[in-house]
Design a protein around this ligand. Structure first.
Ligand SMILES: Nc1ncnc2c1ncn2[C@@H]1O[C@H](COP(=O)(O)OP(=O)(O)OP(=O)(O)O)[C@@H](O)[C@H]1O
Ligand SMILES: [Mg+2]
Length: 335
């Protein structure tokens, strides 16, 4: 659905070039929820805004659904933008217009539907985002979560193929964030919409995304399926995001482990293996004792996973490691 070939972007400020995106090649498949994570200034918004040409690339080629959008003229660009909805951190609603009028705005600008058709479409969208009873309110009369629902309905009004979300949940409390993420997942599932979502929270990525790109200083330093990147981060920036999201302090952990005897290993289980009674079986068969130093069982989108850090003592430790190594789990020997 989205293809970047060596796309780069530099901003020109007071005669100086500020590089924001280094040459980037990227593919985002149709119907995916694609997350972009990175620290402030990493180039996330720049990348996102290149997709709907809110920013002009300094070079490279951008193809959306098979069309070279870098070559579009003004009319072509206006048409194309109807296929790409966008939602923002601060909602960007018009305060002088009602909820219904905010949602109808892109349809009125497009000028392709009659008044009755627009009314019907707005009613349908209000239903989809759960705001049936709020059509005639003004944005100031809504909560943050409700405002973002209006933003989502407005973004969906022209039946886009792609939805771009720039920190769409960053201004919301955790509970409202969950509700908005659930709505986005539902839209992705039911409408088959491709969603590109920027966040600085790994937890948001973990809950809704299929794939993730990690950005650092204008470069995508790591990209892949969320479970892969999340459970086996390669780049230091990715590792920091993951540890931060698990509230793990690596130095503290190292100190803790110094007081523990035996071999230390980390097991990562995914899918069905999460619930298999592997630990007890291996302990019984090899006579090792284990203590659990750290652990969590959680979900990445719809897939359960578990991660356990164990200290093994006594028994046949090598046989136990071999058994774990041969099982349907990922084994890392930490010490
Ligand atoms: N319009 C602009 N003019 C000049 N420089 C810009 C402009 N927009 C962004 N930049 C610069 O480009 C770099 C990348 O900015 P960008 O907004 O893409 O980062 P970001 O990852 O979205 O950050 P944040 O998490 O803070 O939103 C930064 O150094 C920024 O200062
Ligand atoms: Mg940004």
């Amino acid at each position: 659905m989205i293809q970047f070939q060596s796309v780069h972007k530099a901003y020109r400020v007071a005669g100086r070039e500020i590089p924001a995106l280094q040459p980037t090649t990227l593919q985002i498949g149709s119907g995916q929820v694609f997350g972009i994570i990175g620290h402030s200034g990493a180039g996330k918004s720049t990348l996102l805004r290149l997709i709907n040409r809110l920013e002009e690339p300094s070079g490279g080629r951008i193809e959306i659904d098979g069309v070279d959008v870098t070559a579009l003229d003004a009319t072509g660009l206006r048409r194309f933008r109807q296929q790409v909805g966008m939602i923002f951190q601060h909602f960007n609603l018009l305060s002088s217009k009602t909820v219904a009028d905010n949602i109808a705005m892109p349809l009125r600008l497009a000028g392709e539907l009659s008044r009755a058709e627009i009314d019907a479409r707005v009613a349908e969208l209000l239903g989809r985002v759960g705001l049936q009873d709020h059509a005639n309110k003004y944005p100031a009369q809504l909560s943050g979560g409700q405002k973002q629902r209006v933003g989502i309905a407005r973004a969906l009004s022209t039946r886009p193929k792609i939805l771009l979300c720039d920190e769409a949940t960053s201004a919301l409390d955790p509970q409202t964030t969950t509700a908005v993420l659930q709505l986005l997942a539902e839209i992705n599932r039911e409408l088959g919409l491709t969603i590109v979502l920027i966040t600085h929270e790994m937890d948001v990525i973990r809950r809704v995304c299929d794939r993730v790109a990690v950005m650092d200083a204008g470069v995508i330093v790591e990209e892949g399926p969320v479970a892969e990147v999340f459970l086996h981060p390669q780049h230091p920036t990715t590792r920091r995001f993951v540890l931060e999201s698990e509230h793990v302090d690596e130095d503290e952990q190292r100190d803790d482990f110094a007081h523990v005897s035996g071999r230390i290993l980390r097991l990562t289980f995914q899918g069905e293996a999460t619930y298999a009674p592997l630990l007890g079986t291996v302990a019984r068969e090899t006579g090792v004792d284990y203590s659990i130093l750290a652990g969590r069982i959680d979900r990445i989108k719809d897939t359960p996973y578990g991660q356990l850090t164990l200290a093994l003592t006594g028994g046949d430790i090598d046989a136990a490691l071999a058994r774990f190594g041969a099982a349907d789990v990922h084994l890392e020997v930490l010490r």
